[in-house]
Design a protein around this ligand. Structure first.
Ligand code: ADP
Ligand code: GLC
Length: 486
């Protein structure tokens, strides 16, 4: 049986900042259906242990040699969650913090050491639990250095334990790379030979993401379109050149969502359950939402929702530019998002100006997120780039119609509506192409044109709700890729 270990810094339900956690919390369960043995390794954050998942300590005080003068120690915790073993690397110094990656002011300044430590600890953990993985599946730059460590072990033949292990690196977001001072090599005792243009070196610094790209056997990203976009200078963030050298090992596999977790028929956090044969249930969710957030009873006005990190990627600047025009329409906008101070400041101003029509929550709330997915009519995702995007897939399932920019995974998953004929052909969203706020406004108006035609709108909702973006077909593609390596 193919043995796989999934390595990540977040995974639902243990720790989440975004879609990476959704993927890591769902993919293992779908892979398991294909007769594979899977374990997952995550950091043991203090807040992870505050939840009751029957964690069991299986080893303690394991030493990780960081360099000649410095060792760090960790404990191993484990829990079996719905049939999959999740392991946790617990170290107070690195993972007992308020946030995963940094405060709102910026990244933690020892992330190079934190992620370097985590990468080394994962290899140690695999040996301690005697898990000889055929596939080591690495997610994003935080764990990318594992491919460098494995490469070093294999070239120097220092440890036969990993002889049959193959590395796959999945890029969830190329813009976040982990670029650190050159001295990181000494701190982690990584051979200087890696400091060259074909290796870890990146404009005089070292780049963890680049390490994953150069030293993993296969590279994937989370949609076919994004796998092509990252080969261009616009979306390559300085790594398009090195990616082009690995093009034959690079592919795009679209993410799915877990319909056991995201399903309006069973969702316990929404006000009223419903399915595609019962739109009145969704109307009830809308009624609660409008009452709660705007203290209004009229549910004829369209409600626009957004659940998103507030970063450059997500098209917040477009939305801000479009805001005054949008507010001229008879509609509500709800935004739930954490993120960049520069956007928070402007959105808070707009919130004061348009408090009757615009509701803003700058926290992270699973409950409000689900109330928006279920209670809104239209979901906004005007991203500048989007490796895959899960927001649009979730909103489709909840009958909330996405307005998106035609990029990355949004391009691959949303079927555009321009005319009634498009609705007959399965259309379930409204796309615009150029990154211009006027185009966003036009797409919103196009959506509104259909919104007031109840019959057509219900057909669009149905098209969205019956789409199948479950993990099954994508997990099969991962499996094929894994098998191709062994
Ligand atoms: P990304 O990973 O780039 O942030 P995705 O669309 O892939 O974007 O996934 C975002 C995930 O995070 C979704 O599950 C979404 O519901 C969730 N999310 C984003 N912001 C918040 C928030 N403020 N509160 C609750 N959930 C959020
Ligand atoms: C990243 C991307 C997002 C993707 C998610 C899961 O956070 O920004 O587009 O859906 O990873 O792969």
């Amino acid at each position: 049986m193919l043995k796989t270990v999934i390595c990540s810094t977040e995974g639902v339900p243990f720790a989440k900042t975004g879609g990476l956690a959704d993927v890591v919390g769902a993919l293992p369960f779908s892979l398991k259906k294909f007769d594979m043995e899977i374990i997952v390794i995550l950091p043991g954050y203090n807040f992870t242990f505050s939840k009751n998942y029957n964690f069991e300590k299986i080893a303690q005080n394991i030493a990780v040699i960081m360099n000649k003068n410095y060792k760090e120690y960790f404990d191993i915790f484990k829990t079996n969650y719905n049939g999959i073993d999740f392991y946790f690397v617990k170290n107070e110094k690195f993972f007992n913090r308020e946030y995963l990656y940094g405060t709102p002011e910026g990244d933690y300044d020892d992330n190079n050491i934190r992620f370097g430590f985590f990468s080394k600890a994962i290899l140690k953990l695999l040996k301690i639990i005697k898990y000889k993985a055929d596939i080591i599946h690495l997610h994003d730059y935080h764990v990318a250095m594992i491919s460098v460590l494995i490469n070093e072990i294999k070239t120097k033949k220092t440890d036969s334990f990993f002889d049959n292990s193959h590395t796959i690196f999945t890029i969830h977001n190329l813009a976040y790379q982990g670029i650190y001072d050159k001295k990181t090599l000494d701190l982690l005792e990584i051979d200087k030979k890696y400091f060259n243009i074909e290796g870890l070196e990146f404009y005089g610094k070292i780049n963890y993401m680049k390490g994953g790209i150069v030293y993993s056997e296969k590279i994937t990203t989370v949609s076919p379109t994004y796998s092509k976009e990252i080969l261009t200078s616009e979306f390559g963030y300085g790594l398009d050149g090195i990616l082009r050298t690995r093009q034959k090992d690079l592919s795009g596999i679209i993410n799915g969502i877990d319909y056991n977790i995201w399903n309006p028929e069973m969702d316990k956090l929404i006000r009223n359950n419903y399915n595609s044969n019962n739109f009145s249930g969704k109307q009830k969710c809308k009624k609660f939402l409008v009452k709660d957030l705007f203290n209004a009873n009229d549910i004829t006005k369209p409600v626009f929702g957004m659940v998103s990190r507030l970063s450059n990627q997500k098209g917040i600047d477009l939305l801000i530019k479009a805001f005054d025009s949008l507010m001229l329409e008879d509609l509500y906008i709800i935004i739930l998002g954490t993120g960049d101070e520069k956007y928070l400041t402007v959105l808070k101003e707009l919130n004061k100006k348009y408090s009757k029509q615009f509701y803003l929550d700058t926290g992270f709330s699973e409950k409000l997120a689900r109330e928006i997915y279920s209670g809104a009519d239209i979901f906004l995702m005007p991203s500048y780039y989007e490796p895959c995007g899960l927001g649009q897939l979730i909103s489709l399932k909840y009958g909330t119609i996405p307005v998106v920019r035609d990029t990355g995974g949004l391009k691959d998953t949303i079927i555009n509506i321009d005319s009634e004929a498009d609705i007959k052909n399965g259309g379930q969203g409204f796309k615009f192409s150029n990154y211009e706020f006027k185009e966003l406004i036009k797409a919103v108006n196009r959506a509104l044109g259909f919104y007031y035609n109840k019959k057509l709108w219900e057909k669009i909702m149905k098209n969205g709700m019956i789409c199948n973006y479950s993990w099954d077909s994508s997990a099969k593609k991962y499996r094929e890729l894994f098998v191709s390596l062994i």
